[in-house]
Design a protein around this ligand. Sequence first.
Ligand code: DOR
Ligand code: ZN
Length: 429
Amino acid sequence: MTSDAECVLKNVLLPDGRVTDLSLAGGKIIHVGAGRRADRTIDCSGLLCLPGAVDMHVHMRGGEKQGYKEDWVSGSQSALAGGVTTVVDQPNTIPPLTGTDAFRGRVAEATRNAYCRFGINGYVSGESDIAGLWEAGALAFGETFAAASSYGGAVSPDECAKAFSLIADLGALVTLHCEDVIPGDDTSLAAHAALRTAKGERVCMEMLTARFPPGLSAHFCHLSSPLSAEAAMMALPASFEVMPHHLFLSIEEHGTVSEGYCKVNPPVRHEMTRKALWEMWDAIPVIASDHAPHTAEEKSQPFSAVPSGIPGVETMVPLLLAQVYQGRIALSSLLEKVVYTPAHFLGIPASTLLPGAPADLALYPRQETVAISAEQLHSRAGWTPYEGMQGVFPRITCVGGHLSYLRNEFSQTDGLWVPGRGYKCPQVE
Ligand code: DOR
Ligand code: ZN
């Protein structure tokens, strides 16, 4: 006897070219092929089904001080509307997540408000309770600010080295924000890039790599040039990520917004570097968004006063899927970089779209690209540097078989926290 499904997605196009039905139950895909008997059937003719993306670098803001920029409701809805079903939140919150009380508070805030799956990283500093954070469920450690950035003070090389050996002993992953900042007048995108150079990124990476204890799992965040990506490849088995803003924006081509909106750390580079980064597309293991929302009011201040960071969780997959449709990159390469490799590095499940896999998936129009418009996006930031660029946005996003995003509406489900491997559930007395 065949078991019943809670929901059948009918006539989906799979990445391998088959058109078939997906039967979902108990949070999983239970059958691929003619749909099982179900309470609900959704006709997905004309829609391409992809596994939900895992964005391993987002700043969801929220808390008491930063909810005006973004919070877990708006940030996680933005993720779902961009085909991202799991986000990994960075711990440079106010206050930063250095200890277990702050960490547990963050998990509780996200549990109440998030619409997508989420992992939360522990903060790395001289004061951090690394072992405590691991047992409290940190998914990984970092981004570790080897240079200061928005809401992250610089951690000294010695403090980094101490944290690395504790993290290596736990068998956890550390993620690293590497830059070398030259003091000076920060008045334009060109000046910002000259004060935070690609060479400086590489020097910082090499300085930290020299301090890696044996067996450390390390991941370099947001590399902005082939020069730094090459350094990451030499630090194997370290991994690295590249962000959409370094692939789609540059000092010369920063969209329709004024320069301050594209201020980010590490900075956007010159056109030549941006194009060279595309040339090494196949060698990039992970694409993540570094979703770092700030308001239009903050971003339109004089350049030197503008906080660094660009919202991007909702536009990451859409921008790249449009590149697939335009024939520039292969769909399989996109799925490796936004689904399978990040999940693998983080040690969490990803949907393979096979029977038994979690039903985390998104359904996209199979041909149509649209001009990106801030008005259609869900981040509280309310603006995007990608205005007018082509994107492919999902119509439906499922998390654990739940129709979390359907016909422009969101619906919440529970059990979304993804704790790390060190999690010890507190004993109830
Ligand atoms: O530009 C950035 N903004 N880079 C970071 O590393 C942090 C982020 C933020 O939190 O705003
Ligand atoms: Zn960073």
